[in-house]
Design a protein around this ligand. Structure first.
Ligand code: SIN
Ligand code: FE2
Length: 221
């Protein structure tokens, strides 16, 4: 077969338009934004998970979350019977959460800037792992000390249907399909919007297998 220039990109991610879609006054989906970062992002993720593996946590109400969690950065979000909070230590080991890899920080800052939030300095990255059937109920991110900084949320692996709601749980939600490499950024007047994820459909992602991984960057303190 005659080689074509396309062969040069045989190992690259399938082309996805790098578009910016507005989903709220200060909320955007950056389509495919994380794709060029993956060769640095995935090995860094492995390093974090070697120290702080995914685990399922229990809510204050006593339910085991379907999503498994890990964290990196100065502060890690945790939940148990006594409540939701940020801790400096991984409750599993009592050791500090692994540091936030430089490439995580750079990607989060670049994405925030792209959505109009310059000077984002996240001190926490929650890492969510969804297997098919796992979901995240509608909630607000409100355990942070200040709401001045945006939320930057990176999607990898299996597709998800993201729910982007209003300021009351009962407000109607937009359904936003999220694919491998998409990043959602919301902040400013939209910072406290309800959001969640519908149960992940069964499937197999060529790069990540039977799972969806989400990074949620925040300024906790
Ligand atoms: C979250 O709100 O913590 C996760 C959102 C997502 O998985 O897209
Ligand atoms: Fe959230």
């Amino acid at each position: 077969m005659k080689p074509t220039t396309l062969d040069l990109f045989a190992d690259a991610e399938p082309e996805q338009d790098r578009r910016r879609e507005q989903i709220g006054e200060q909320s955007y989906v950056l389509r495919g934004y994380a794709l060029p970062w993956l060769t640095r992002l995935l090995p860094a993720l492995e390093t974090v998970l070697a120290t702080a593996p995914f685990r399922q946590m229990v809510t204050p109400g006593g339910f085991t979350m379907s999503v498994a969690l890990s964290s990196c950065g100065t502060w890690g979000w945790t939940t148990d019977r006594s409540g939701y909070r940020y801790t400096r230590e991984d409750p599993r080991t009592g050791l500090p959460w692994p540091p936030m890899p430089e490439v995580f920080l750079q990607l989060a800052q670049a994405a925030a800037r792209e959505a109009g939030f310059a000077d984002f300095v996240p001190d926490s990255c929650l890492i969510n792992r969804y297997v098919p059937g796992a979901k995240m109920s509608l909630h607000q991110d409100k355990d942070e000390k200040s709401y001045a900084a945006p939320i930057v949320s990176v999607s990898l692996g299996l597709p998800a249907m993201f729910l982007f709601g209003g300021f009351a749980r009962s407000d109607k939600s937009q359904r936003v399909p999220l694919l491998h490499g998409d990043i959602v950024v919301w902040g400013g007047v939209d910072r406290l919007r309800y959001h969640g994820v519908l149960p992940i459909k069964d499937g197999y992602h060529p790069r990540l297998g039977k799972q969806r991984i989400n990074f949620t960057f925040r300024t906790a303190r």
